[in-house]
Design a protein around this ligand. Sequence first.
Ligand code: ADP
Ligand code: DP6
Ligand code: CO
Length: 332
Amino acid sequence: MTTSIGITRAHTNIALIKYWGKENKELFIPMNSSLSLTLEAFYTDTKVELSDTLTEDEFYLNGAKQDEAAIAKITRFLDLFRTETGDTRRARVESLNFVPTAAGLASSASAFAALAGAMNEATGLNMPAQKLSTYARRGSGSATRSLFGGFVEWNKGDSNENSMAIPVDDANFDIGMIIIVVSAAEKKISSRAGMELTVSTSPFYEGWVTSAATDLADIKEAIKDRDIHRIGSIAEFNGMKMHATMLASNPPFCYFEPESIVAQQTIRTIREERGIPAYFTMDAGPNVKVICKASDIPAILEELGKVFPSEKLIPTLPGEGIRTLTEDEWNA
Ligand code: ADP
Ligand code: DP6
Ligand code: CO
């Protein structure tokens, strides 16, 4: 029997300039380039064991055996590597999410970056991270950006080879995020279904694509200048525009919950009345992410703590790119 193992940790990322819509659904080429911050607090650990004794792929998430539909998604992804290597051995995939699954906290980003990393090792392909990002992309678009730490751009590109991650800045300055967990429940509309409906029905979609390009150029300048006010205000503007496209879809849909609006208002108040630079963004779910200086996190937590229970507030610093775990780290 021959067995090959790969174990990888990947952190989630939160987009400041969002990816929302595919130009090519099969290849996961996006309609617009995006940019994110990788987060230290949330991640996925995934172990892949390729073995010629297996007759089918197996997939365990957080210790629970997954159903056929979930396995089929994994198989489709692993097939990309099998086509490349000619090694058709089946895999046992075990994954642990240190992030709520499908709650708008980017579990699909850390998930497919970790799975791509583990396969990269197990197959012995050992591709460099940028090339590997083109594989992660085809599991979930946002996973493209989780290969690297800090601020990462996903260059839209126009082919399988050049739609990839580009590290922009290691974010080694006074910046952080606070996640306000409004609900960790699984969303009803997946990111994939939501963006597809938006692209095909929203009359605002064209405006989204053109203005996202401007926002991306602007935020890269702001990152260079380490200007938290500009980084935050561009991200807030971009995120709200993405949600506006959904309100104008047919049928309209919305990921906000009442508490999401309360969170947004609280952030505005902190900014306007306390003079603390704090801005928000939201993804395909009700949770609100605050962009701020790392050094302001205690003061912002104190203010937010007047409105939300402390266990719903998760501060985080920027995180690292993917890394290999040893068997000992995995078993710990
Ligand atoms: P999120 O906001 O969490 O990214 P998505 O709707 O984009 O939500 O993606 C959730 C999907 O990602 C899950 O339904 C599952 O298919 C996949 N996923 C999440 N975690 C893992 C994991 N650790 N391994 C493989 N697939 C995962
Ligand atoms: C709102 O990457 O989850 O979080 O590519 O279909 O798997 P698929 O979608 P996904 O979409 C993420 C959408 C977003 C914005 C972002 O992360 O850029
Ligand atoms: Co996702």
